[in-house]
Ligand binder design. Sequence first.
Ligand code: HEC
Ligand code: HEC
Ligand code: HEC
Length: 462
Amino acid sequence: MWALKAAIVFVAAIFLAAGAFLLFAWRSEIPEDATAGEASFAPELVARGAQLAAVGNCIACHTVPGKPAFSGGLAVPTPFGTIYSTNITPDRDTGIGGWSEAAFERAMREGVDRAGNHLYPAFPYDHFTRVTAQDNRALYAFLMTRAAVKAEAPENELPFPLEFRPLLAGWKLLFLRQGEVEPEAARSEEWNRGRYLVEGLGHCGACHTPRNAFGAEDRDRHFGGGEAEGWQAYAINPDSKAPIPWDEQSLAFYLRNGWHEFHGVSRGPMAEVTGNLSLLPDRDIAAIATYVVSVMGDPTPERAQRAAELREQFEADRLEQTADSQSSVALASGGKAGETLYLAACANCHQGARRQPFGGLNFELSTAVNAPNPQNIVNVVLFGLPPADGEASAVMPAFRHILSDQQLADLLAYMRESFSDEPAWSGLVEQVANTRSGAYKVTIRPSDGIERAPHNVGAEEE
Ligand code: HEC
Ligand code: HEC
Ligand code: HEC
């Protein structure tokens, strides 16, 4: 009898808790706006929205290569499963054609769709929540003036119980800090503008900050290095491994052009970021650089000293080598495993006279060789840098049909030892094998990112 009573109380408590949670997770539907798709917007507002959409990289996640811009359906891989981006063109049935501005703003601020469903944080609303109402209006105007496309996103592939969206209310309670942030009065207007763009629409931390077991960014390791689509997004805080530390000029140049002579070409998902940022006015790029460099802080005296030496060496080397386009490197002694491969297959480009971005970076300048994880080198060597369609781009051959797992592992070990003071990497053969077999999924695209998504349909169109 006692046991039965206890069981009833227990079950009732569970139901009550579940009910309370569902009530807590519940969000209202915002009624369809019958005229949203036909509204007209000032051309200046739409043009500003185009720039903001470029900062937010909306097109990269919301477009399948070769399909119409913003029509969604791209698989966004997460450690928990695959989430498909949605159609954000103004189509009434399959897109956001029926969404009022309020519904759009709620999605950006709270990660809730028009019908009241919680959205997965694969849509980086933990950053977009910082966007001002004014900028959301411009984004809304931009999206609502794109061509409407009928396209339905595939079902997400998530294990039980993660497909149950109300659970996301719990995630948000723990990890989402909603709303705009106040400017810091002690900092310059430029710095504050940079922080707004970087921490908000730019969502740099979505890739560059490591995540915890729940897939939320670890705030204590802000910009400490993360992962995106099978690529390492290097640390861009005081832990940065760039041999010549980034400064405002080099960072602004890299973000604008997608390469820098002391840092090489932006690859993988970063290629898309820099491709999109090229739409921004100089002052916004400069603001982003100012803020990010302030997060990196001043390099230690040893690092600054080493950087000065490298600068001097590479300025001088260039002058010397312009007379002779062939590299003049030779086997040092007997040839360690990896050394011969390096000299035969890589040195001609990577220690040659061709300048960035079309020549290969000297690995003494390479963040990749100094990074804790060599994944980006494995990706680049196996799959190469494919040429971008119809544009001059940095090209590198793919070596997957030439080098065995063991050979590439030897080459990596040699490069680490020769071009960096960091400790040796471990598990290289396995890492190469898993990348080659596709067990470890890597997204490859040309260095300027135009394969994956059509060029941002920008302000010039209006
Ligand atoms: C990193 C990838 C990524 C980026 C960048 C991104 N989105 Fe998304 N977005 C998604 C995914 C994935 C979903 C679907 C989430 C879900 O189903 O819960 C989504 C959903 C949405 C939705 C909800 C649509 C609906 O029908 O429910 C809107 C609105 C949206 N995104 C707008 C934007 C805008 C505007 C930008 C640029 C400022 C942007 N997104 C950038 C991945 C992204
Ligand atoms: C979609 C993921 C993603 C986003 C968003 C992103 N990055 Fe990156 N970033 C990467 C990856 C991956 C790399 C490594 C690229 C490579 O190997 O060339 C990278 C490289 C970089 C580097 C070069 C670091 C070095 O030492 O070589 C800088 C600087 C950088 N990102 C800054 C930014 C800034 C600033 C933003 C926001 C405006 C940003 N990133 C947004 C993925 C991302
Ligand atoms: C035909 C010329 C060519 C050859 C041969 C070549 N590369 Fe490259 N590589 C390039 C170019 C161009 C880039 C893009 C510019 C840059 O970022 O260095 C590049 C980029 C890279 C990068 C990214 C740069 C960095 O360090 O962050 C790595 C790693 C790399 N190559 C490794 C190799 C290795 C290892 C070999 C030999 C197996 C090799 N490459 C052979 C031309 C070449």
